[in-house]
Design a protein around this ligand. Structure first.
Ligand code: AP5
Length: 228
């Protein structure tokens, strides 16, 4: 049976990982798993775990690895997990230890590609300042690309709001953490021959077309990945 691709999206905060991962999931009919969305859902449900995670998120720090890896592992090992059919991970792994743990969780199932969505710092700062998200389904908007009715989500009708961690202070800390913790993940996948870099500047459609080309080219040159 042909499987969907198994992908990791990497890139600075605000590079467009969430925006593009949602489109790729729809295009390839694979599961989109965002650790940030899972943490935000737990926080808005008011669970103890969610509120603890929120404290890290609001400061722009990573949530501790044991919690994050446990959350991802739970999704992968759940009975009849749809992740076996292909997935795009958005926001995970975010440090080298999480990358090693992902290999363990995948238990021999090869990852196809890690894609670094490359966007310069000044562009991500502008994108994050204008970002708005649906508080119910996490759909992503921007003040320059708003929903059709003022601040009501086009997808589910939820309220579209600014994220609590899109403050100047937290954004600056998140970008520091990216350089310290996540840049080594790029090296990790580069050494494994699984890193592709895609230019993340341009319209959402331009970037999406580039990503699909990178993924399809990779899959056609590695037929084993389409039929493991
Ligand atoms: P997470 O939710 O993953 O946030 P992030 O990494 O900070 O990434 P962003 O969501 O900010 O950016 P994005 O690249 O998805 O951009 P987007 O598509 O929204 O994580 C939040 C927190 O959770 C972390 O700080 C941490 O505390 C915790 N966490 C999560 N994962 C963790 C892990 N593995 N380990 C430990 N802790 C973890 O786009 C941004 C804006 O740009 C939007 O407004 C969008 O509309 C706009 N835009 C997108 N594409 C374009 C384009 N082509 N042109 C113009 N505008 C565009």
């Amino acid at each position: 049976m042909t499987q969907g691709p198994r992908l990791v999206m990497l890139g600075k905060q605000g590079a467009g990982k969430g925006t593009q991962a949602a489109r790729l999931a729809e295009h390839y009919r694979i599961v989109h798993l965002s650790t940030g969305d899972l943490f935000r859902a737990a926080a808005s449900a008011g669970t103890r775990f969610g509120l603890e995670a929120k404290a890290y998120m609001d400061r722009g720090e990573l949530v501790p690895d044991d919690v994050t890896v446990g959350l991802v592992e739970e999704r992968f090992t759940a009975h009849g997990s749809p992740l076996q059919g292909g997935f795009v991970l958005d926001g995970f792994p975010r440090n080298r230890n999480q990358a090693v743990e992902l290999d363990r969780v995948l238990d021999g199932l090869p990852l196809d590609l890690a894609i670094d969505l490359d966007v310069p710092r000044d562009v991500v700062l502008e994108r994050l300042a204008g970002r708005r998200v649906c508080s119910r389904c996490s759909a992503v908007y921007h003040v320059d690309m708003p929903p059709s009715r003022p601040w009501i989500c086009d997808v589910c009708g939820g309220d579209v709001v600014q994220r609590d961690d899109d403050t100047e202070e937290a954004i600056s800390r998140r970008l520091e953490v990216y350089e310290e913790e996540t840049v080594p993940v790029l090296d990790y996948y580069r050494r494994l021959g699984k890193l592709a870099v895609a230019d993340g500047v341009g319209t959402g459609d331009d970037v999406f077309e580039r990503l699909v080309k990178v993924i399809d080219d990779w899959r056609s040159s590695s037929p084993a990945s389409a039929n493991p």
